[in-house]
Design a protein around this ligand. Structure first.
Ligand code: PLP
Length: 408
């Protein structure tokens, strides 16, 4: 079970036995082959900018990537390595590399693969920050971006067939939880030799594995579910050793490196990833079904509901429907201003995917970068609430919602 490097630097993965389960990988993934420092059973946080050598020949071999080892922590670091390997194992990838934030993962992937004159096809409902890259920064670099209706797969397919360099997807989307058929669109993208990139932040590798559905690169904002405790920022990208190496080489120079302490927070947080996500899947489903029957609630968006327009695709491509949902309440923004502050067991904050329940309107969370018109065009009503289900007892969350909704 030797595996030299998780990063694209010199990734070599040897064949293993039968693939372990999700919980086992959350705990042991990336750690089993780690050299124990002073016999510690937990991964040490290596706060060192550089790594010293006793002879020039060894140093030179490591620098030339002929031997495993570390030189300088902007490039690689032992703690960061373990985090990358853990995500790599959970996504079933050959290699992974990490970043200071999720947005750094996204912009470094673009930087590594897109050139002036290239064309990207994506969806209108991508994460707010990603949307800004698409509408403002990529066009500045003469990269053309075509954003399609998220729920119109025929339109996406037609745009892909006109020829493009990259298909960029997110499923489920933020904040309306739309689902796109990843394997269908990946197959079309492959036919025009486009690179398929999927942001898997909302689903987590526990619920969805885009590489198995045909994606070339899968990325996460680790700040959300992977870390799970809202106390560390980071991003990660996984894929083939060859593609990840290209992203790694760009990031190494671009410098958006994940810090060792944050990598450690992710390693610790991820040990309970599978447990947390299973609980959040169950609670979100219970809450979505409950909200659907509530007289103060107009619409509930959750891919696990049979009323969801793409429930069937979600059922086929996801192992669980996730902890994210959104719903609109009677009375719009004014009602939300009364309802949300009444919730006792929820932070009103611009975050998601952590152990606590977190709520907020798209106005101050996912779509803060967008104008009122853009939010309207994206089909986001003023009365929408994004609800990130925590791991509290679901009875308490339901009672809390009931008392807060009754204040409207
Ligand atoms: C939060 C988020 C990002 C950006 O991640 P940061 O770590 O905040 O930079 C990207 N995509 C999705 C789906 C997100 O939720």
């Amino acid at each position: 079970m030797i595996d030299k490097k998780a990063t694209g630097k010199n990734a070599t993965v040897e064949k293993r036995g039968p693939a372990p389960g999700r919980s086992t990988l959350s705990i042991w993934g990336g750690e089993k082959d780690y050299t124990l420092y002073e016999r510690s059973t937990q991964v040490p946080v290596v706060h060192s900018v550089s790594f010293g050598y006793e002879d020039i020949d060894t140093w030179h071999k490591v620098a030339l990537e002929q031997e495993p080892g570390h030189i300088y922590s902007r490039n690689t670091n032992p703690t960061v390595d373990v985090f990358e390997r853990k995500v790599r194992d959970l996504e079933g990838a050959e290699a992974a590399t990490s970043f200071a934030t999720g947005m750094a993962a996204i912009s470094n992937i673009f930087g590594a693969f897109l050139r002036p004159g290239n064309r990207v096809v994506s969806i209108r409902d991508s994460y707010g920050g990603t949307n800004r890259l698409f509408t403002e920064f990529l066009p500045q670099m003469n990269v053309q971006v075509t954003l399609c209706s998220t729920d119109d797969e025929d339109e996406i397919e037609a745009e892909l067939l006109k020829g493009c360099s990259m298909l960029y997807l997110e499923s489920p989307t933020n904040p309306t939880l739309k689902i796109t058929d990843i394997s269908r669109l990946a197959a079309v993208a492959k036919s025009v030799k486009a690179l398929v990139v999927v942001d898997n932040t909302f689903a987590t590798p526990i619920n969805q594995q885009p590489l198995a559905l045909g994606a070339d690169i899968v990325l996460h904002s680790a700040s959300k579910y992977l870390g799970g405790h809202a106390d560390a920022l980071g991003g990660v990208a996984c894929g083939s050793a060859e593609l990840v190496k290209r992203v790694y080489q760009y990031r190494e120079i671009n410098g958006a490196t994940l810090a060792p302490m944050d990598a450690y927070s992710f390693i610790r947080g991820m040990k309970t990833l599978s447990l947390r996500v299973e609980r959040q899947n169950q609670s979100a489903m219970t809450i979505a079904q409950w909200l659907e029957k509530h007289p103060k609630v107009e619409q509930v968006n959750y891919p696990g509901l049979e009323s969801h327009p793409n429930h069937e695709v979600a059922r086929l491509q996801m192992k669980g429907f996730g902890g994210m949902l959104s719903f609109s309440v009677v009375g719009g923004l004014d009602a939300i201003k009364v309802f949300l502050p009444k919730l006792q067991y929820a932070h009103m904050a611009a975050n998601l995917g952590c152990v606590e329940t977190v709520v907020g309107p798209p106005l101050t969370t996912s779509h803060v970068e967008c104008s009122d018109e853009e939010r309207k065009a994206a089909g986001i009503p003023d009365g929408l609430v994004r609800y990130s289900t925590g791991i509290e007892d679901v009875e308490d969350l339901l009672a809390d919602l009931e008392q807060a909704l009754s204040a409207i």
